[in-house]
Design a protein around this ligand. Structure first.
Ligand code: ADP
Ligand code: ZN
Length: 606
Protein backbone atom coordinates (compact mmCIF):
# COMPACT_ATOMS: atom_id res chain seq x y z
CA UNK A 1 0.00 0.00 0.00
CA UNK A 2 3.00 2.25 0.29
CA UNK A 3 4.58 1.51 -3.05
CA UNK A 4 3.27 4.72 -4.45
CA UNK A 5 4.86 6.73 -1.65
CA UNK A 6 8.30 5.23 -1.89
CA UNK A 7 9.48 7.30 -4.80
CA UNK A 8 7.81 10.50 -3.79
CA UNK A 9 9.91 13.40 -2.64
CA UNK A 10 9.71 14.61 0.98
CA UNK A 11 7.41 17.53 0.28
CA UNK A 12 5.01 15.37 -1.69
CA UNK A 13 4.93 12.87 1.15
CA UNK A 14 4.10 15.66 3.58
CA UNK A 15 0.90 16.33 1.68
CA UNK A 16 0.02 12.96 0.20
CA UNK A 17 0.61 10.88 3.31
CA UNK A 18 0.21 13.28 6.21
CA UNK A 19 -2.13 15.83 4.70
CA UNK A 20 -0.12 18.91 5.65
CA UNK A 21 0.72 21.66 3.19
CA UNK A 22 3.59 23.27 5.04
CA UNK A 23 6.54 22.18 7.07
CA UNK A 24 6.71 23.46 10.57
CA UNK A 25 9.64 25.63 11.50
CA UNK A 26 12.88 23.60 11.42
CA UNK A 27 11.51 20.39 9.99
CA UNK A 28 12.80 20.99 6.51
CA UNK A 29 16.53 21.38 7.26
CA UNK A 30 16.51 18.26 9.44
CA UNK A 31 14.79 16.25 6.73
CA UNK A 32 17.19 17.59 4.09
CA UNK A 33 20.24 16.58 6.15
CA UNK A 34 18.89 13.09 6.70
CA UNK A 35 18.10 12.76 2.99
CA UNK A 36 21.75 13.71 2.39
CA UNK A 37 22.87 10.74 4.41
CA UNK A 38 24.10 12.78 7.36
CA UNK A 39 23.77 11.77 10.98
CA UNK A 40 21.79 14.37 12.90
CA UNK A 41 20.79 15.35 16.38
CA UNK A 42 17.66 17.47 16.42
CA UNK A 43 16.73 19.28 19.61
CA UNK A 44 13.14 20.41 19.24
CA UNK A 45 10.49 21.31 21.80
CA UNK A 46 7.64 18.94 22.43
CA UNK A 47 4.98 19.28 19.81
CA UNK A 48 7.37 20.74 17.22
CA UNK A 49 6.84 17.70 15.04
CA UNK A 50 9.92 15.56 15.53
CA UNK A 51 8.30 12.38 14.28
CA UNK A 52 7.72 13.71 10.79
CA UNK A 53 11.42 14.61 10.57
CA UNK A 54 12.30 10.93 10.37
CA UNK A 55 9.04 9.47 9.10
CA UNK A 56 9.23 11.42 5.86
CA UNK A 57 12.84 10.39 5.08
CA UNK A 58 11.93 6.82 6.03
CA UNK A 59 9.31 6.88 3.29
CA UNK A 60 11.49 8.64 0.78
CA UNK A 61 14.57 6.45 1.23
CA UNK A 62 15.04 2.86 0.12
CA UNK A 63 15.22 0.23 2.83
CA UNK A 64 13.78 0.01 6.31
CA UNK A 65 14.13 2.57 9.10
CA UNK A 66 14.53 1.35 12.67
CA UNK A 67 13.02 3.59 15.34
CA UNK A 68 14.06 3.14 18.95
CA UNK A 69 11.56 4.48 21.42
CA UNK A 70 11.39 3.94 25.18
CA UNK A 71 7.75 3.16 25.79
CA UNK A 72 5.62 0.39 24.39
CA UNK A 73 2.43 2.46 24.66
CA UNK A 74 4.07 5.22 22.67
CA UNK A 75 5.18 2.87 19.92
CA UNK A 76 1.75 1.34 19.71
CA UNK A 77 0.07 4.71 19.15
CA UNK A 78 2.66 5.91 16.67
CA UNK A 79 2.34 2.74 14.66
CA UNK A 80 -1.46 2.88 14.74
CA UNK A 81 -1.37 6.49 13.54
CA UNK A 82 1.05 5.66 10.73
CA UNK A 83 -0.98 2.69 9.60
CA UNK A 84 -4.10 4.84 9.38
CA UNK A 85 -2.10 7.23 7.22
CA UNK A 86 -1.34 4.30 4.93
CA UNK A 87 2.26 3.82 6.03
CA UNK A 88 3.76 0.34 6.38
CA UNK A 89 4.88 0.73 10.00
CA UNK A 90 5.19 -2.10 12.49
CA UNK A 91 6.43 -2.78 15.98
CA UNK A 92 7.88 -5.83 17.61
CA UNK A 93 7.47 -5.69 21.34
CA UNK A 94 6.65 -7.51 24.51
CA UNK A 95 2.96 -6.59 24.49
CA UNK A 96 2.41 -8.69 21.36
CA UNK A 97 2.52 -12.48 21.40
CA UNK A 98 5.21 -14.48 19.64
CA UNK A 99 3.14 -15.38 16.59
CA UNK A 100 2.35 -11.72 16.03
CA UNK A 101 5.99 -10.73 16.37
CA UNK A 102 7.06 -13.50 13.99
CA UNK A 103 4.51 -12.36 11.41
CA UNK A 104 5.80 -8.79 11.70
CA UNK A 105 9.36 -9.95 11.24
CA UNK A 106 8.40 -11.82 8.06
CA UNK A 107 7.01 -8.61 6.59
CA UNK A 108 10.13 -6.71 7.64
CA UNK A 109 12.44 -9.32 6.13
CA UNK A 110 10.32 -9.40 2.98
CA UNK A 111 10.94 -5.70 2.48
CA UNK A 112 7.32 -4.67 2.99
CA UNK A 113 7.93 -2.59 6.10
CA UNK A 114 9.23 0.97 5.94
CA UNK A 115 9.39 1.75 9.66
CA UNK A 116 10.05 -0.73 12.43
CA UNK A 117 9.63 0.49 16.03
CA UNK A 118 11.65 -1.31 18.69
CA UNK A 119 12.48 -0.83 22.34
CA UNK A 120 16.21 -0.39 23.01
CA UNK A 121 16.49 -3.73 24.77
CA UNK A 122 14.77 -5.52 21.93
CA UNK A 123 17.00 -3.93 19.33
CA UNK A 124 20.22 -4.66 21.18
CA UNK A 125 19.72 -8.42 21.46
CA UNK A 126 22.38 -10.37 19.57
CA UNK A 127 19.67 -12.09 17.57
CA UNK A 128 18.03 -8.87 16.40
CA UNK A 129 21.33 -7.23 15.53
CA UNK A 130 22.35 -10.27 13.55
CA UNK A 131 19.07 -10.34 11.65
CA UNK A 132 19.25 -6.62 10.85
CA UNK A 133 22.67 -7.04 9.30
CA UNK A 134 21.05 -8.78 6.34
CA UNK A 135 18.54 -6.03 5.68
CA UNK A 136 18.92 -2.85 3.68
CA UNK A 137 18.77 -0.30 6.50
CA UNK A 138 17.87 3.25 5.52
CA UNK A 139 18.19 4.99 8.85
CA UNK A 140 18.52 4.39 12.59
CA UNK A 141 16.34 6.69 14.67
CA UNK A 142 16.71 7.22 18.41
CA UNK A 143 13.72 8.99 19.93
CA UNK A 144 13.97 10.57 23.41
CA UNK A 145 17.71 10.44 22.83
CA UNK A 146 18.56 12.28 26.07
CA UNK A 147 17.87 8.98 27.86
CA UNK A 148 21.34 7.87 26.74
CA UNK A 149 23.03 10.55 28.81
CA UNK A 150 23.82 10.31 32.49
CA UNK A 151 23.69 14.10 32.53
CA UNK A 152 20.15 14.22 31.27
CA UNK A 153 16.98 14.37 33.33
CA UNK A 154 15.89 10.84 32.42
CA UNK A 155 18.83 8.50 32.03
CA UNK A 156 17.84 4.95 31.12
CA UNK A 157 20.39 2.18 31.50
CA UNK A 158 18.89 0.27 28.58
CA UNK A 159 19.70 3.26 26.35
CA UNK A 160 23.38 3.04 27.20
CA UNK A 161 23.85 0.06 24.88
CA UNK A 162 22.74 2.17 21.94
CA UNK A 163 26.22 3.72 21.92
CA UNK A 164 27.36 0.68 20.00
CA UNK A 165 25.06 1.37 17.07
CA UNK A 166 27.37 3.77 15.27
CA UNK A 167 30.10 1.09 15.24
CA UNK A 168 27.80 -1.83 14.51
CA UNK A 169 26.26 -0.09 11.49
CA UNK A 170 28.86 2.44 10.38
CA UNK A 171 27.24 2.83 6.98
CA UNK A 172 23.82 3.73 8.29
CA UNK A 173 23.07 7.32 9.31
CA UNK A 174 21.68 7.90 12.79
CA UNK A 175 19.02 10.48 13.57
CA UNK A 176 18.59 11.31 17.26
CA UNK A 177 15.77 13.44 18.67
CA UNK A 178 15.21 15.07 22.01
CA UNK A 179 13.32 17.94 23.59
CA UNK A 180 15.91 18.48 26.30
CA UNK A 181 17.52 21.86 26.02
CA UNK A 182 20.55 21.63 28.11
CA UNK A 183 23.90 21.97 26.39
CA UNK A 184 25.90 19.37 28.33
CA UNK A 185 23.34 16.66 27.71
CA UNK A 186 23.14 17.60 24.06
CA UNK A 187 26.90 17.22 23.53
CA UNK A 188 26.93 13.95 25.41
CA UNK A 189 24.11 12.55 23.28
CA UNK A 190 25.91 13.55 20.09
CA UNK A 191 29.16 11.92 21.28
CA UNK A 192 27.46 8.72 22.26
CA UNK A 193 25.09 8.17 19.36
CA UNK A 194 26.47 9.89 16.32
CA UNK A 195 29.72 9.25 14.51
CA UNK A 196 32.12 11.92 13.37
CA UNK A 197 30.79 15.34 12.23
CA UNK A 198 27.16 15.10 13.17
CA UNK A 199 24.80 17.91 12.29
CA UNK A 200 23.12 19.36 15.32
CA UNK A 201 19.89 21.32 14.98
CA UNK A 202 18.48 23.29 17.87
CA UNK A 203 15.04 24.80 17.46
CA UNK A 204 13.48 27.61 19.37
CA UNK A 205 11.61 26.65 22.50
CA UNK A 206 8.52 28.72 22.12
CA UNK A 207 5.12 27.03 22.18
CA UNK A 208 3.03 30.00 21.12
CA UNK A 209 -0.29 28.16 21.16
CA UNK A 210 -0.09 27.51 24.89
CA UNK A 211 -1.61 30.36 26.87
CA UNK A 212 0.35 30.86 30.07
CA UNK A 213 -0.95 32.08 33.40
CA UNK A 214 -0.02 31.96 37.05
CA UNK A 215 -2.52 32.59 39.81
CA UNK A 216 -2.04 33.32 43.43
CA UNK A 217 -3.22 30.26 45.32
CA UNK A 218 -6.21 30.84 47.54
CA UNK A 219 -8.54 27.84 47.45
CA UNK A 220 -7.14 25.38 44.96
CA UNK A 221 -10.29 23.34 44.52
CA UNK A 222 -12.41 26.37 43.78
CA UNK A 223 -9.76 27.70 41.44
CA UNK A 224 -9.50 24.38 39.64
CA UNK A 225 -13.27 24.14 39.36
CA UNK A 226 -13.51 27.63 37.89
CA UNK A 227 -10.71 26.93 35.44
CA UNK A 228 -12.39 23.76 34.21
CA UNK A 229 -15.59 25.64 33.43
CA UNK A 230 -13.65 27.04 30.49
CA UNK A 231 -12.53 23.59 29.43
CA UNK A 232 -15.71 21.62 29.42
CA UNK A 233 -15.32 18.22 27.77
CA UNK A 234 -11.64 18.69 27.04
CA UNK A 235 -8.70 16.42 27.86
CA UNK A 236 -6.21 17.80 30.29
CA UNK A 237 -3.75 17.13 33.06
CA UNK A 238 -3.95 18.41 36.62
CA UNK A 239 -0.54 18.14 38.25
CA UNK A 240 -0.48 17.84 42.03
CA UNK A 241 2.39 17.78 44.45
CA UNK A 242 1.37 14.68 46.37
CA UNK A 243 -0.28 11.35 45.72
CA UNK A 244 -2.95 12.18 48.23
CA UNK A 245 -3.77 15.40 46.47
CA UNK A 246 -4.22 13.66 43.11
CA UNK A 247 -6.82 11.43 44.75
CA UNK A 248 -8.48 14.45 46.30
CA UNK A 249 -8.52 16.34 43.03
CA UNK A 250 -9.99 13.34 41.21
CA UNK A 251 -12.71 12.85 43.82
CA UNK A 252 -13.55 16.54 43.81
CA UNK A 253 -13.78 16.74 40.02
CA UNK A 254 -15.81 13.59 39.64
CA UNK A 255 -18.26 14.98 42.15
CA UNK A 256 -18.40 18.15 40.07
CA UNK A 257 -19.28 16.07 37.01
CA UNK A 258 -15.87 16.09 35.34
CA UNK A 259 -14.52 12.66 34.47
CA UNK A 260 -11.17 12.57 36.20
CA UNK A 261 -8.76 9.71 36.94
CA UNK A 262 -5.84 9.72 39.36
CA UNK A 263 -2.33 8.65 38.43
CA UNK A 264 0.65 8.29 40.76
CA UNK A 265 3.46 5.91 41.53
CA UNK A 266 1.79 4.58 44.68
CA UNK A 267 -1.12 3.06 42.78
CA UNK A 268 -1.54 -0.52 41.76
CA UNK A 269 0.31 -0.86 38.46
CA UNK A 270 -2.65 -2.38 36.64
CA UNK A 271 -5.00 0.42 37.67
CA UNK A 272 -2.42 2.99 36.75
CA UNK A 273 -2.01 1.54 33.28
CA UNK A 274 -5.77 1.33 32.88
CA UNK A 275 -6.13 4.99 33.80
CA UNK A 276 -3.39 5.99 31.43
CA UNK A 277 -4.94 4.00 28.59
CA UNK A 278 -8.32 5.57 29.25
CA UNK A 279 -6.76 9.02 29.14
CA UNK A 280 -5.06 8.22 25.85
CA UNK A 281 -7.99 6.61 24.13
CA UNK A 282 -11.17 8.18 25.48
CA UNK A 283 -11.98 11.80 24.86
CA UNK A 284 -12.50 14.41 27.52
CA UNK A 285 -10.74 12.71 30.41
CA UNK A 286 -8.85 14.75 32.96
CA UNK A 287 -5.85 13.13 34.58
CA UNK A 288 -4.99 14.19 38.13
CA UNK A 289 -1.38 13.16 38.42
CA UNK A 290 1.93 13.53 40.12
CA UNK A 291 5.03 14.06 38.01
CA UNK A 292 5.14 10.27 37.63
CA UNK A 293 2.77 10.88 34.72
CA UNK A 294 3.77 12.29 31.42
CA UNK A 295 7.09 11.02 30.12
CA UNK A 296 6.41 9.97 26.57
CA UNK A 297 2.72 10.80 26.71
CA UNK A 298 2.21 11.52 23.08
CA UNK A 299 -1.40 12.65 23.11
CA UNK A 300 -1.65 15.62 20.78
CA UNK A 301 -5.02 16.95 21.95
CA UNK A 302 -4.30 17.67 25.61
CA UNK A 303 -6.02 21.05 25.88
CA UNK A 304 -4.78 22.18 29.28
CA UNK A 305 -2.26 21.57 32.01
CA UNK A 306 -3.21 22.87 35.43
CA UNK A 307 -0.66 22.92 38.25
CA UNK A 308 -2.27 22.95 41.67
CA UNK A 309 1.24 23.48 43.04
CA UNK A 310 4.46 24.97 41.83
CA UNK A 311 6.79 22.50 40.09
CA UNK A 312 10.41 22.06 41.17
CA UNK A 313 12.21 24.00 38.47
CA UNK A 314 11.69 25.93 35.27
CA UNK A 315 12.84 22.89 33.30
CA UNK A 316 10.24 20.69 34.96
CA UNK A 317 7.53 23.30 34.44
CA UNK A 318 8.42 23.68 30.77
CA UNK A 319 8.32 19.91 30.24
CA UNK A 320 5.01 19.56 32.02
CA UNK A 321 3.14 22.35 30.28
CA UNK A 322 4.67 21.15 27.01
CA UNK A 323 2.31 18.20 27.12
CA UNK A 324 -0.54 20.54 26.20
CA UNK A 325 -1.40 21.51 22.66
CA UNK A 326 1.02 19.36 20.71
CA UNK A 327 -1.37 19.46 17.77
CA UNK A 328 -0.74 23.18 17.52
CA UNK A 329 -4.31 24.16 18.44
CA UNK A 330 -4.92 26.57 21.30
CA UNK A 331 -4.19 25.19 24.76
CA UNK A 332 -3.86 26.62 28.24
CA UNK A 333 -1.39 26.20 31.09
CA UNK A 334 -2.23 27.62 34.49
CA UNK A 335 -0.27 27.33 37.68
CA UNK A 336 -1.33 28.11 41.24
CA UNK A 337 1.39 29.38 43.45
CA UNK A 338 1.80 30.70 46.96
CA UNK A 339 4.14 31.08 49.87
CA UNK A 340 3.70 27.47 50.91
CA UNK A 341 4.87 26.29 47.54
CA UNK A 342 8.12 28.15 47.94
CA UNK A 343 8.59 26.66 51.35
CA UNK A 344 7.74 23.10 50.33
CA UNK A 345 10.12 23.21 47.42
CA UNK A 346 12.95 24.51 49.58
CA UNK A 347 12.23 21.80 52.13
CA UNK A 348 12.38 19.17 49.38
CA UNK A 349 15.74 20.40 48.15
CA UNK A 350 17.19 20.50 51.65
CA UNK A 351 15.86 17.02 52.33
CA UNK A 352 17.54 15.50 49.31
CA UNK A 353 20.49 13.28 49.86
CA UNK A 354 22.91 15.31 47.78
CA UNK A 355 25.96 17.51 47.97
CA UNK A 356 25.80 21.14 49.12
CA UNK A 357 26.88 22.16 45.64
CA UNK A 358 23.98 20.34 44.05
CA UNK A 359 21.54 21.79 46.56
CA UNK A 360 22.79 25.24 45.80
CA UNK A 361 22.15 24.65 42.10
CA UNK A 362 18.66 23.33 42.81
CA UNK A 363 17.83 26.40 44.89
CA UNK A 364 18.97 28.56 42.00
CA UNK A 365 16.80 26.68 39.55
CA UNK A 366 13.89 27.17 41.89
CA UNK A 367 14.70 30.88 42.14
CA UNK A 368 14.30 31.10 38.39
CA UNK A 369 10.86 29.57 38.55
CA UNK A 370 9.82 31.87 41.39
CA UNK A 371 11.01 34.76 39.25
CA UNK A 372 8.75 33.50 36.50
CA UNK A 373 5.78 33.31 38.87
CA UNK A 374 6.36 36.86 40.04
CA UNK A 375 7.15 38.28 36.63
CA UNK A 376 5.39 41.62 36.10
CA UNK A 377 6.00 41.39 32.35
CA UNK A 378 5.33 38.85 29.62
CA UNK A 379 5.62 35.34 31.05
CA UNK A 380 6.76 33.82 27.81
CA UNK A 381 9.58 36.28 27.58
CA UNK A 382 10.69 35.34 31.06
CA UNK A 383 10.39 31.64 30.31
CA UNK A 384 12.22 31.72 27.00
CA UNK A 385 14.77 34.13 28.39
CA UNK A 386 15.74 31.40 30.81
CA UNK A 387 16.53 29.16 27.86
CA UNK A 388 18.55 31.93 26.27
CA UNK A 389 15.96 33.05 23.74
CA UNK A 390 15.01 36.68 23.22
CA UNK A 391 11.41 37.42 22.21
CA UNK A 392 8.84 40.15 22.07
CA UNK A 393 5.87 40.28 24.44
CA UNK A 394 3.65 37.41 23.34
CA UNK A 395 0.08 38.62 23.72
CA UNK A 396 -0.95 35.18 24.92
CA UNK A 397 -0.14 35.13 28.62
CA UNK A 398 -1.92 36.59 31.63
CA UNK A 399 0.41 39.55 32.00
CA UNK A 400 0.13 40.43 28.32
CA UNK A 401 -3.66 40.06 28.34
CA UNK A 402 -4.15 41.85 31.65
CA UNK A 403 -1.09 43.97 32.23
CA UNK A 404 -0.23 44.23 35.90
CA UNK A 405 0.70 47.48 37.46
CA UNK A 406 3.55 47.68 39.90
CA UNK A 407 2.91 49.63 43.06
CA UNK A 408 5.49 51.27 45.23
CA UNK A 409 5.53 49.00 48.25
CA UNK A 410 8.10 50.64 50.43
CA UNK A 411 5.63 51.47 53.15
CA UNK A 412 3.81 48.15 53.01
CA UNK A 413 7.13 46.37 53.00
CA UNK A 414 8.31 48.24 56.05
CA UNK A 415 5.10 47.52 57.92
CA UNK A 416 5.38 43.80 57.22
CA UNK A 417 9.07 43.63 58.04
CA UNK A 418 8.54 45.51 61.23
CA UNK A 419 5.77 43.12 62.27
CA UNK A 420 8.10 40.21 61.61
CA UNK A 421 10.93 41.78 63.58
CA UNK A 422 8.83 42.83 66.55
CA UNK A 423 7.17 39.45 66.94
CA UNK A 424 10.60 37.86 67.25
CA UNK A 425 11.12 36.43 63.73
CA UNK A 426 9.45 33.18 64.65
CA UNK A 427 5.99 33.36 63.12
CA UNK A 428 4.61 32.40 59.76
CA UNK A 429 2.73 34.60 57.32
CA UNK A 430 -0.74 33.88 58.75
CA UNK A 431 0.06 35.30 62.16
CA UNK A 432 2.01 38.24 60.77
CA UNK A 433 -1.03 39.14 58.69
CA UNK A 434 -3.30 38.94 61.73
CA UNK A 435 -0.98 41.30 63.59
CA UNK A 436 -0.83 43.71 60.65
CA UNK A 437 -4.58 43.71 60.33
CA UNK A 438 -5.14 44.03 64.07
CA UNK A 439 -6.98 40.74 64.53
CA UNK A 440 -7.33 39.92 68.20
CA UNK A 441 -6.75 36.20 67.83
CA UNK A 442 -5.96 34.01 70.79
CA UNK A 443 -2.41 33.67 69.55
CA UNK A 444 -1.96 37.42 69.29
CA UNK A 445 -3.46 38.08 72.71
CA UNK A 446 -1.47 35.33 74.42
CA UNK A 447 1.77 36.66 73.03
CA UNK A 448 0.87 40.22 73.82
CA UNK A 449 1.19 41.15 70.17
CA UNK A 450 -1.88 43.35 70.39
CA UNK A 451 0.23 45.82 72.34
CA UNK A 452 2.86 46.17 69.63
CA UNK A 453 3.00 49.46 67.72
CA UNK A 454 2.64 47.54 64.45
CA UNK A 455 -0.61 45.94 65.58
CA UNK A 456 -3.31 47.00 63.13
CA UNK A 457 -1.13 49.26 60.99
CA UNK A 458 -2.09 47.27 57.91
CA UNK A 459 -5.86 47.26 58.38
CA UNK A 460 -6.27 49.02 55.04
CA UNK A 461 -5.36 45.86 53.10
CA UNK A 462 -7.27 42.62 53.17
CA UNK A 463 -5.77 39.25 53.96
CA UNK A 464 -5.26 38.29 50.32
CA UNK A 465 -3.39 41.50 49.58
CA UNK A 466 -1.06 40.96 52.52
CA UNK A 467 -0.50 37.36 51.58
CA UNK A 468 0.55 38.53 48.16
CA UNK A 469 2.83 41.25 49.52
CA UNK A 470 4.55 38.93 51.95
CA UNK A 471 5.01 36.33 49.24
CA UNK A 472 6.62 38.96 47.05
CA UNK A 473 8.84 40.08 49.91
CA UNK A 474 10.05 36.50 50.19
CA UNK A 475 10.46 36.12 46.44
CA UNK A 476 12.39 39.39 46.37
CA UNK A 477 14.66 38.17 49.18
CA UNK A 478 13.59 40.75 51.77
CA UNK A 479 12.26 37.97 53.96
CA UNK A 480 13.55 34.43 54.33
CA UNK A 481 11.45 31.40 55.11
CA UNK A 482 12.66 29.17 57.86
CA UNK A 483 12.66 25.85 56.09
CA UNK A 484 13.93 23.77 58.96
CA UNK A 485 11.02 24.72 61.19
CA UNK A 486 7.46 25.67 60.37
CA UNK A 487 7.87 28.41 57.87
CA UNK A 488 8.70 31.24 60.27
CA UNK A 489 9.73 34.46 58.55
CA UNK A 490 13.04 36.24 59.13
CA UNK A 491 14.53 39.45 57.80
CA UNK A 492 17.40 39.18 55.35
CA UNK A 493 20.15 41.74 54.86
CA UNK A 494 18.13 43.24 52.08
CA UNK A 495 15.08 43.31 54.36
CA UNK A 496 16.98 45.33 56.95
CA UNK A 497 17.95 47.84 54.26
CA UNK A 498 14.33 48.21 53.24
CA UNK A 499 13.28 48.70 56.83
CA UNK A 500 15.82 51.52 57.12
CA UNK A 501 14.50 53.01 53.90
CA UNK A 502 17.67 52.17 51.98
CA UNK A 503 16.13 49.78 49.49
CA UNK A 504 13.18 49.88 47.13
CA UNK A 505 10.33 47.40 46.91
CA UNK A 506 7.71 47.28 44.18
CA UNK A 507 4.96 44.75 44.13
CA UNK A 508 2.42 43.61 41.61
CA UNK A 509 -1.27 43.51 42.27
CA UNK A 510 -2.25 39.88 41.88
CA UNK A 511 -5.14 39.15 39.63
CA UNK A 512 -7.06 36.10 40.66
CA UNK A 513 -8.83 34.59 37.67
CA UNK A 514 -12.48 34.22 38.44
CA UNK A 515 -13.86 34.67 34.98
CA UNK A 516 -15.54 31.82 33.21
CA UNK A 517 -16.35 31.42 29.58
CA UNK A 518 -19.33 33.76 29.58
CA UNK A 519 -17.50 36.82 30.83
CA UNK A 520 -13.99 36.21 29.67
CA UNK A 521 -12.76 38.61 27.00
CA UNK A 522 -10.41 36.14 25.36
CA UNK A 523 -11.37 32.52 25.39
CA UNK A 524 -8.90 29.74 25.12
CA UNK A 525 -9.05 26.26 23.71
CA UNK A 526 -9.98 24.93 20.32
CA UNK A 527 -13.63 25.75 20.71
CA UNK A 528 -12.94 29.41 21.25
CA UNK A 529 -11.78 29.65 17.67
CA UNK A 530 -15.07 28.44 16.27
CA UNK A 531 -18.31 30.31 15.77
CA UNK A 532 -21.34 29.03 17.62
CA UNK A 533 -22.78 27.21 14.62
CA UNK A 534 -19.46 25.62 13.79
CA UNK A 535 -19.14 24.54 17.39
CA UNK A 536 -22.19 22.29 17.04
CA UNK A 537 -20.72 20.72 13.95
CA UNK A 538 -17.39 20.31 15.72
CA UNK A 539 -19.12 18.35 18.52
CA UNK A 540 -20.83 16.12 15.97
CA UNK A 541 -17.54 15.48 14.23
CA UNK A 542 -15.93 14.64 17.54
CA UNK A 543 -18.59 12.05 18.27
CA UNK A 544 -18.14 10.54 14.83
CA UNK A 545 -14.38 10.45 15.30
CA UNK A 546 -14.81 8.53 18.52
CA UNK A 547 -17.10 6.01 16.89
CA UNK A 548 -14.68 5.42 14.02
CA UNK A 549 -11.74 5.16 16.42
CA UNK A 550 -13.52 2.60 18.55
CA UNK A 551 -14.38 0.49 15.53
CA UNK A 552 -10.68 0.36 14.77
CA UNK A 553 -9.50 0.00 18.34
CA UNK A 554 -7.28 3.08 18.22
CA UNK A 555 -7.20 6.33 20.21
CA UNK A 556 -9.47 9.05 18.82
CA UNK A 557 -6.62 11.43 17.99
CA UNK A 558 -5.12 8.82 15.70
CA UNK A 559 -8.12 9.21 13.39
CA UNK A 560 -7.96 13.02 13.31
CA UNK A 561 -6.50 15.68 15.55
CA UNK A 562 -8.72 18.33 17.13
CA UNK A 563 -7.12 20.76 14.76
CA UNK A 564 -8.26 18.71 11.77
CA UNK A 565 -11.83 18.60 13.09
CA UNK A 566 -11.70 22.30 13.77
CA UNK A 567 -10.58 22.96 10.23
CA UNK A 568 -13.26 20.61 8.94
CA UNK A 569 -16.00 22.37 10.93
CA UNK A 570 -14.77 25.65 9.57
CA UNK A 571 -14.45 24.63 5.91
CA UNK A 572 -17.47 22.32 5.73
CA UNK A 573 -16.19 20.39 2.73
CA UNK A 574 -18.86 19.04 0.35
CA UNK A 575 -16.80 16.89 -1.96
CA UNK A 576 -13.81 14.59 -1.87
CA UNK A 577 -11.69 17.28 -3.45
CA UNK A 578 -12.66 19.74 -0.73
CA UNK A 579 -12.15 17.11 1.95
CA UNK A 580 -8.61 16.52 0.70
CA UNK A 581 -7.84 20.16 1.53
CA UNK A 582 -8.61 19.70 5.21
CA UNK A 583 -5.66 19.93 7.59
CA UNK A 584 -4.23 16.45 8.18
CA UNK A 585 -6.07 14.64 5.38
CA UNK A 586 -3.70 12.56 3.26
CA UNK A 587 -4.53 9.97 0.64
CA UNK A 588 -5.31 7.12 3.01
CA UNK A 589 -7.53 9.21 5.26
CA UNK A 590 -9.32 10.65 2.27
CA UNK A 591 -10.17 7.15 1.17
CA UNK A 592 -11.15 5.86 4.60
CA UNK A 593 -12.89 8.83 6.12
CA UNK A 594 -14.22 11.22 3.50
CA UNK A 595 -17.53 9.44 3.20
CA UNK A 596 -18.66 9.33 6.84
CA UNK A 597 -17.45 12.85 7.58
CA UNK A 598 -18.93 14.41 4.42
CA UNK A 599 -22.23 12.77 5.29
CA UNK A 600 -22.18 14.14 8.85
CA UNK A 601 -21.31 17.61 7.58
CA UNK A 602 -24.13 17.55 5.02
CA UNK A 603 -26.60 16.60 7.76
CA UNK A 604 -25.59 19.21 10.31
CA UNK A 605 -24.67 22.05 7.97
CA UNK A 606 -26.58 21.52 4.74
P1 ADP B 1 7.02 15.90 18.99
O1 ADP B 1 8.04 16.85 18.47
O2 ADP B 1 6.54 16.27 20.35
O3 ADP B 1 7.43 14.46 18.89
P2 ADP B 1 5.03 15.12 17.14
O4 ADP B 1 5.95 14.56 16.14
O5 ADP B 1 4.26 14.16 17.98
O6 ADP B 1 5.77 16.13 18.07
O7 ADP B 1 4.04 16.11 16.39
C1 ADP B 1 3.06 16.81 17.10
C2 ADP B 1 1.85 17.01 16.23
O8 ADP B 1 2.13 17.92 15.18
C3 ADP B 1 1.36 15.75 15.56
O9 ADP B 1 -0.04 15.70 15.71
C4 ADP B 1 1.78 15.92 14.11
O10 ADP B 1 0.93 15.23 13.23
C5 ADP B 1 1.68 17.42 13.92
N1 ADP B 1 2.56 17.92 12.86
C6 ADP B 1 3.85 17.61 12.65
N2 ADP B 1 4.34 18.26 11.57
C7 ADP B 1 3.34 19.01 11.08
C8 ADP B 1 3.21 19.92 9.97
N3 ADP B 1 4.23 20.18 9.15
N4 ADP B 1 2.02 20.52 9.77
C9 ADP B 1 1.00 20.26 10.61
N5 ADP B 1 1.05 19.43 11.67
C10 ADP B 1 2.20 18.80 11.90
ZN1 ZN C 1 3.08 37.40 27.14
Amino acid sequence: MTDAAIHLRPREILKATFGYSEYRLNQEPVIAAIMNGQSVLAVMPTGAGKSLCYQIPALALDGVTIVVSPLVALMRDQVAALQLAGVAAETINSSQDRTQNVAVWKRVAGGETKLLYLSPERLMTAQMLEALRDLPLALLVVDEAHCVSQWGPAFRPEYEELQQLKDLFPEVPVAAFTATADEVTRQDVADKLLGACPKIFVSGFDRPNIQLSVDMKSNWKQQLGAFLKDHDGESGIVYCLSRKKTEEAAAFLNEAGVRCLPYHAGMDAAVRTRNQDAFLTEPGIVMAATIAFGMGIDKPDVRFVFHTDMPGSIEAYYQEIGRAGRDGAAAEARMLYGLDDMRMRRVFIEGEDSTPERKRREHKRLDALIGYCEAPECRRRTLLGYFGEQTEACGNCDTCLNPVSLSDGKLEGQKALSAVLRTGQRFGAAHIIDVLRGQKTEKALNAGHDRLPTFGVGADHDKGAWRSIIRQLVAGDFLALDIQGYGGLKLTGKGRLLLKGEAEFHYRADVVHRATRASKPKQSGVEAELSEGDLDLFQTLKALRLELAQERGVPAFVVFSDKSLQDMAHRKPQSDAEFAEVFGVGKAKLQDFAEPFLKAIAEVAP
